[in-house]
Each structure stands twice: as structure tokens, then as C-alpha cells.
Design a protein around this ligand. Structure first.
Ligand code: ADP
Ligand code: ADP
Ligand code: MG
Length: 501
């Protein structure tokens, strides 16, 4: 049973099909039409749209598992993926939980605690407080000791929530209140701690697969420094900044984290690399990650398959020296968010979806023409990833893939990615986690028109100036593209016909 929805549920079902493992999908009321419901061998209704009543509702999930007589539960990412209570409930009722055992989830959930364990093993961690903030006075004392700027973090946080930068003592009280409230709503607990805020670092993480008997492999790193408000937007592998020796050191640190935390199953060790090249351990993500696909594209390892093999007791299918790294891969997270309205989520219905394709392109999505985007869930609707022998070619493929992708009916972050992959600093590989928020301060997304509108405009243009060789490409949804392709083909000044649209 896959206790999740959308693209990741579909992704997991695909591997199960390959392994001839029967699948049960689950769905909430608004999700009844989704592709994971159709593609699973069976599907069980688990409640209304609100996550707390369906995908986050452990009794509902367990009932569905028992009712359909499954052997194992894969939690995907988000929702209950790292919740030790679901893992424990599975263990107690004889179900296999596809992920680390509850004792590991429980131990590593507390970020402060895992920082302590890792630091005691000699792995560098970002300087910060060693215990939860207990009062404002306590926080002030710690802040003075650490030195500003400071990042307030939720002890049980995740997904970029519950984080606040504090630049002076004056901001501390308000920052603690806001971060605490966000953590309380997001994770049910408001415990906070403080950390030194590093200037312009990079986020580089290592994909690890750990068997049950202590065998630990790595599948290389992923560079995830392009973030908006601490949330990843675009990821790539290998990191454009790492030289071989540095990569070896990073991977060694990640394997050591896996070892000292006695980690099991697939996991990601996240690190921050400061601008002077030092690595600091950030946290362990104890699940399959959103961006796992780029690692699969350069290693040809099916991470979900390895997760299932470990959980079922079969053990890993390969050893470290069988893993070969080839090429460069990039992933763009396409979110249903409006770039021209401060990235507000845009639930609704997708009237038309056209997937990109061609050599080296992988699209993980559950979108289809007419599919709903319910208001209740994460805004990620598609991942468009490209692989090529060189990073330059992967970027070129991405440029084409993004231009081919059509999502109509709900605004998406495609224009943001189109801007990013043309950015000089991105192309040069010289970026850091604070770049994107800076770029967004003076970025105006291009206005969006539908393909019907584009066709209508074209009809007008054709009647006025006959250029029969020009056709509006079917996937043309953005005015800027329309203008440039028109321009290329006709050598006419675009102002002639685009004005006033
Ligand atoms: P990844 O590196 O896998 O992309 P993210 O931090 O972006 O990790 O999280 C992936 C998904 O899981 C997002 O939908 C995010 O909102 C959700 N998520 C991550 N951590 C938590 C958590 N502790 N509690 C609830 N949701 C989480
Ligand atoms: P989450 O559990 O929400 O993913 P993380 O601790 O992994 O939280 O941090 C999320 C992001 O915030 C990181 O990827 C990084 O960009 C930024 N970040 C975290 N800690 C620091 C820090 N001490 N200094 C600067 N940036 C940080
Ligand atoms: Mg993180």
C-alpha cells in the first residue's frame, strides 16, 4: 500500500509493477480521479480532503492496510513518511514499513539530538545552541554567545518551515514567536533552537542506501542550493562546485553519519558548505526525496526498488563498486503557484497538460488534461528532469523541455525555471542558497497567455501580414516564447503584432 498521493505514489507504483508487486493506492475525496488511484491494482478511500483526516490520519491508513490485506506500507515523502508513530503502528501490526524502523525515526526526528550524536562522532555541525530555547532571556544569552545573524529553527521541523533569520537582539522576541507558531501548526510542537546563520552557503546532500546489516552505499551528491524561502526549487547532480577530493570528503562524512546513527533504508544526509569550503552536517531526511530522480538518472539505480528490497529483508541488490556515475542531471520542481502573485498556491483544474520529451528527459508527474489540483496539498505538480553527458547539454535540454511543457488552467513556476536556467550565475555554477531570493526581488514574470489566445493572435497577424511559413507551435503558452519564435522566423520586429495583447 502506498500511503501517499500524486506523483510520488505513481512513481512507487511503477517500480512495484516492474517487480510484479501488487499495489493498493489510497485517496481522499478530492483525489478520486487521480492517476495513482487508476494505476494501482486496488484503491481504498481514506477520508475527506483535509490531510489530518486522510493522508495524515494513522488509524485510517492502518484500517485501509488491514482491509486490503497488504504486506507492506510505503509512505512516500511528506505526510507520515518520517512519523515514528506510523512506523511503530506498522511494526506492531505485522506490516512492513518501507523506511527506517520507528526507533531510528524517533531518534533522528529531533534535530538537536541528531546534531549532538553526529557532532560527538567528530562530524562538524553548525555552531548553535545545544538545547531547546527555554525562555527569552535564555535565547538572548545564547544569541550573544553564537553571534548574529542567527537562524531560529524548529527542533522537529522540516520542509523549510519554522525557520527565521534574526539579525539583532531586537528582532529576537518576534522571531521566536513567529517561528514557534509556525512550528506548532506545522509539526504540533513549538520547540526551537538557535544556529549561526551562514552567509551565502551551498546546500549539498548525499543520497545513502543502508541495508539492515550495516552495509551502507552512497549514490553521490545533489546540489540543492537554488531555494526559495528555504525550499528547494531546482536540484542538480553532480554539484558544479565539488572537485573529486572534496566530494570524497563529503561522501565520507555522510557515510559516517549513517554509521553512527545506525541508519537503515534510503536516506539523505544534508550538508551546508560554507563559502570557505567547510562542510557542516544539517540533518538526515529519512525518506525517499522529491529530487531522488536526478540521482537515478546518473546512476541508473532504482532507489524505490532498493527501499523495497531492504524493507522486505532481501537486502541491497548492488555493492558500491557496481555503481557508476555518468553524466549530469538537473531537476526543476514545477509547482502550482503564481509567480506574479508572490507564489501563492493556485489550486484549481488543469485544463491542458503537454509533457516534454526527447532524449534525456524524464517527467515525474500525475498531471493529465482535466486533473484537479486540490487546495489541501503540497503545490508540487510535476518534476521535469534532464540528463546529458555534460552539464551544458543538460541545461540545453532543460531549456527545450521547459518550453515544451504546457500546463494550462493553473499558473505554475515554469517561468521561474526559465529565468533561472538562463541566469549567468546558475549557468556558471556559481550560486548559493541566498541567490534566488535576491533575484526574485526585481524579477517580473512574463505574462502568460493560453495556446487558444496565441492562436487567435496569430490568426489576426496572418490576415494582416501574410507569412505562411509561420505556424504557432501547439505547446506555445507564453507570450515571450511566441514573440521570440515569431521573431526568429520572420525577422520582423515583434512590436508590430504583439503590442496590445
Ligand atoms: P525534499 O528534499 O525531499 O524535497 P522537502 O523538505 O522539500 O524535502 O520536503 C518534501 C515534502 O515533504 C514537501 O512536501 C514538504 O512540505 C514535506 N515535508 C518535509 N518535511 C516535513 C515534515 N517534517 N513534516 C511535514 N511535511 C514535511
Ligand atoms: P528543513 O528541515 O526545513 O529542510 P534544514 O535545516 O534542512 O531545514 O534547512 C533548510 C534550508 O535552510 C537549508 O537547505 C539551507 O538553505 C538553509 N539553512 C539551514 N540552516 C542554515 C544555517 N545555519 N545558515 C544558513 N542557511 C541555513
Ligand atoms: Mg532540510
Amino acid at each position: 500500500m502506498i500511503a501517499n498521493r500524486g506523483e510520488i505514489a505513481l512513481r512507487i507504483i511503477r517500480t512495484c509493477k516492474k517487480l510484479r508487486v501488487k499495489t493498493v493506492g489510497v485517496y481522499s475525496d478530492p483525489d478520486i480521479e487521480l492517476r495513482h488511484v487508476v494505476e494501482a491494482d486496488e484503491a481504498v478511500h481514506i477520508g475527506p480532503g483535509e490531510p489530518s483526516k486522510s493522508y495524515l490520519n494513522i488509524p485510517s491508513i492502518l484500517e485501509a492496510a488491514n482491509e486490503s490485506n497488504v504486506d507492506a506500507v510505503h509512505p512516500g515523502y511528506g505526510f507520515l513518511a518520517e512519523n515514528p508513530d506510523l512506523a511503530r503502528a506498522c511494526e506492531e501490526s505485522g506490516l512492513i514499513f518501507v523506511g527506517p524502523p520507528s526507533r531510528i525515526l524517533g531518534r533522528v526526528a529531533n534535530k538537536l539530538e541528531s546534531k549532538r550524536v553526529v557532532s560527538e562522532a567528530g562530524i562538524p555541525v553548525i555552531p548553535g545552541s545545544r538545547k531547546e530555547v527555554s525562555s527569552l532571556e535564555d535565547a538572548e544569552g545564547e544569541a550573544r554567545r553564537i553571534g548574529f545573524p542567527i537562524l531560529v529553527k524548529a527542533v522537529f521541523g522540516g520542509g523549510g518551515r519554522g525557520l527565521r533569520i534574526i539579525r539583532s537582539l531586537r528582532e529576537l522576541k518576534g522571531g521566536l514567536e513567529r517561528a514557534g507558531a509556525e512550528a506548532k501548526t506545522g509539526f504540533g510542537r513549538s520547540d526551537l533552537y538557535l544556529e549561526k546563520y551562514l552567509d551565502k552557503p551551498r546546500h549539498i546532500e548525499v543520497q545513502v542506501i543502508a541495508g539492515r546489516r550495516g552495509k551502507v552505499l552512497h549514490l553521490g551528491e545533489r546540489e540543492c542550493s537554488l531555494q526559495r524561502r528555504y525550499q528547494k526549487i531546482l536540484e542538480e547532480t553532480p554539484s558544479p562546485v565539488l572537485k573529486n577530493l572534496e566530494r570524497k570528503r563529503l561522501v565520507g562524512l555522510a557515510l559516517k553519519v549513517a554509521q553512527v546513527t545506525r541508519y537503515e533504508n534510503a536516506g539523505t544526509m544534508e550538508f551546508i558548505r560554507s563559502d570557505d569550503g567547510k562542510f557542516y552536517y544539517l540533518e538526515t531526511n529519512k525518506r525517499i526525496q522529491v529530487e531522488h530522480l536526478i540521482t537515478e538518472m546518473v546512476t541508473d539505480v532504482d532507489i524505490v526498488e532498493e527501499q523495497l528490497r531492504i524493507a522486505s529483508g532481501d537486502g541491497l541488490s548492488l555493492s558500491q563498486d557496481e555503481i557508476e556515475f555518468s553524466g549530469s542531471a538537473i531537476n526543476c520542481r514545477i509547482n502550482a503557484e503564481d509567480p506574479s502573485n508572490r507564489f501563492a498556491p493556485t489550486p484549481g483544474r488543469v485544463s491542458r497538460f503537454v509533457s516534454p520529451g526527447g532524449p534525456g528527459v524524464r517527467v515525474d508527474t500525475a498531471l493529465f488534461d482535466g486533473c484537479p489540483v486540490p487546495e489541501y496539498y503540497d503545490s508540487l505538480v510535476a518534476k521535469v528532469a534532464c540528463v546529458a553527458r555534460t552539464r551544458e547539454d543538460a541545461i540545453r535540454r532543460m531549456r527545450i523541455a521547459l518550453a515544451e511543457t504546457v500546463v494550462e488552467g493553473v499558473p505554475t513556476t515554469i517561468p521561474l525555471h526559465q529565468m533561472l536556467i538562463e541566469n549567468r550565475l546558475f549557468v556558471g555554477g556559481e550560486y548559493h542558497t541566498q541567490l534566488l531570493d535576491g533575484l526574485l526581488k526585481d524579477w517580473q514574470p512574463p505574462s502568460v497567455i493560453t495556446s487558444e489566445e496565441a492562436a487567435a493572435v496569430y490568426a489576426v497577424v496572418r490576415n494582416r501580414i501574410a507569412i505562411p511559413s509561420i505556424a504557432v507551435p501547439p505547446g506555445l503558452a507564453r507570450k515571450s516564447d511566441w514573440r521570440s519564435s515569431f521573431q526568429e522566423r520572420s525577422n520582423l520586429r515583434p512590436a508590430l503584432y504583439v503590442e496590445g495583447i
